[in-house]
Design a protein around this ligand. Structure first.
Ligand code: FES
Length: 129
């Protein structure tokens, strides 16, 4: 499955038959605190994060040549291919990458309900839920 393919899962669950954006449980949403980062690489190629302004999702794909970035212990992201690094908001700290990590759309499936992350939709980096 390509990183941009859309599939529906409950947290840690199996994909359903009909493709749609990844839906996360209410428990996931309530557990996110500023500074947190959750790894959803195997479910759709993104990290789910939170800061003081809200919740957002970042691609796992390095903007230099497309390797998968890894979450570091200090909350930054590092690329193992050519050592680019990005901060918690996806901004470049160190190249060779020149562009920030893409932000994906995060929305509520219903008001106050579970989250939906759509890796087919890029949003401006300042957007938070
Ligand atoms: S692909 Fe990430 S630094 Fe080159």
């Amino acid at each position: 499955m390509a990183a941009t393919a859309l599939s529906r899962f409950a947290d840690g669950g199996e994909p359903a038959a009909d493709p749609s954006p990844l839906k996360l449980t209410q428990e996931t949403r309530l557990g996110l605190k500023p500074g947190d980062a959750r790894d959803y690489r195997k479910f759709g190629g993104f990290y789910l994060l939170a800061d003081e302004k809200g919740i957002y999702a970042l691609t796992t794909t390095c903007t230099h040549r497309g390797c998968t970035v890894h979450l570091e212990g200090d909350g930054t992201f590092g690329c193992p291919c050519h050592d680019s690094s990005y901060d918690h908001q996806g901004r470049v700290i160190e190249g060779p990458a020149k562009l920030p990590l893409r932000h994906f759309e995060v929305r509520e499936s219903e008001p106050g309900g579970p989250l939906v992350v759509d890796t087919s939709k890029t949003v401006p980096p300042e957007v938070r839920l």
